[in-house]
Write a protein that binds this ligand. Structure first.
Ligand code: UDP
Ligand code: MG
Length: 319
């Protein structure tokens, strides 16, 4: 299926403390898109409570260009929420989300649009070479994708990024998703539209280090599994199903050993058996409590039903 040419495009860029690289990012973005030049275009910078001079830089960009808008949140709500806010505001027939740190190559934009022209509703930049990230981050990410796919049954391709083009139909469905603990790309994948991947190799960040520490990434990984799958709740049941027969077996061996005068030569006291048993059972109980606690905290934050974000209307420049 091919479509009539894209008539309008909105680019959504989450920004958190990116003052150093913003101007050069913006310039390369505008240059790339202007060279395509056949559709209406605007860009929404979602200032996610930056504490550096990002907002001032953005303001100076909007002064010179009426296609540039700023959606400024009152504080740091996290990249996922900032991106969501931008997507909700976007007016284009096609919406591209891209990071401000230069890691997503603007050169790929024409390819994303080409795929849209061929009929794709979700076009995803697929990161193929990530050698700039640390070994821990890379192996962590591989492990995460394996675990995630297994637990949720949602086939998510490793390397799929937030660098995407979505159709306005997808935007409308995306707006219906209300959860607060959210991973934008996971939710877009969940919507079920066929996905088309366009590979690129990740560039190093233009400036400083990633806003995501390993601790933050770990939390993100746990949150995305918890919000997409309830299978961890069953894990403890499985562990229980293994521990119970094992402890029965241990009890049996203990009884036999005791009856026949320690033929195995364990010299284990009753106290030792009890300690082993107690520890394993306490482990199971603590783990299940922890997992229930995680779900409970998610239910808690969802049930508060707070708005997803708060827009600082004074700082925003919406045209
Ligand atoms: N970002 C944001 N809020 C945050 C952290 C990051 O809006 O709390 C933005 C950041 O400015 C960048 C994008 O999200 O445009 C990706 O962030 P980063 O490069 O830190 O993450 P990574 O490349 O590790 O995914
Ligand atoms: Mg980055």
């Amino acid at each position: 299926m091919s479509r009539k040419p894209l008539s309008s495009l909105t680019v959504v860029v989450p920004v958190y403390n990116e003052q150093a690289g913003l101007a050069s990012f913006h310039e390369s973005l505008i240059r790339r898109i202007d060279s395509l030049g056949y559709f209406k275009f605007d860009v929404i910078y979602c200032n996610d409570g930056s504490t550096d001079g990002s907002l001032e830089r953005l303001k100076s960009l909007t002064e010179h260009d009426k296609r540039v808008q700023i959606l400024s949140l009152t504080r740091n709500f996290g990249k996922e929420v900032a991106t969501t806010a931008g997507i909700n505001l976007a007016k284009g027939d096609g919406i591209i989300t891209i990071d401000a740190d230069g890691q997503h190559p603007v050169e790929l934009i024409p390819e994303l649009i080409n795929e849209w022209h061929s009929g794709a509703k979700v076009v995803i930049g697929l990161r193929t070479d990530n050698s700039t990230a640390s070994l821990i981050k890379r192996s962590g990410s591989t492990m995460f994708y394996r675990l995630f796919n297994r637990l949720t049954g949602l086939p998510i391709v490793a390397g799929g990024t937030d660098f995407r083009l979505i159709d306005k139909v997808v935007q409308a469905d995306f707006a219906r998703l209300t959860e607060r603990n959210r991973i934008t790309r996971g939710l877009i994948d969940w919507l079920g539209y066929q996905r088309v991947y366009v590979p690129f190799s990740a560039k190093p960040r233009l400036h400083d280090d990633s806003g995501y520490s390993i601790k933050k990434l770990f939390k993100l990984a746990i949150d995305s599994v918890i919000s997409m799958s309830s299978s961890p709740l069953y894990v403890t049941a499985y562990i229980g199903a293994i521990v119970l027969p094992l402890s029965l077996l241990l009890g049996l061996v203990m009884a036999i050993n005791g009856l026949f005068g320690d033929p195995l030569g364990w010299h284990a006291t009753g106290g030792a058996y009890i300690i082993v048993l107690m520890l394993s059972l306490i482990g199971v109980v603590l783990m299940s409590q922890g997992i229930i606690g995680l779900y409970l905290s998610h239910i808690h934050s969802e049930s508060l039903n707070r708005p997803l974000y708060v827009i600082d209307t004074e700082a925003s420049v919406i045209k």
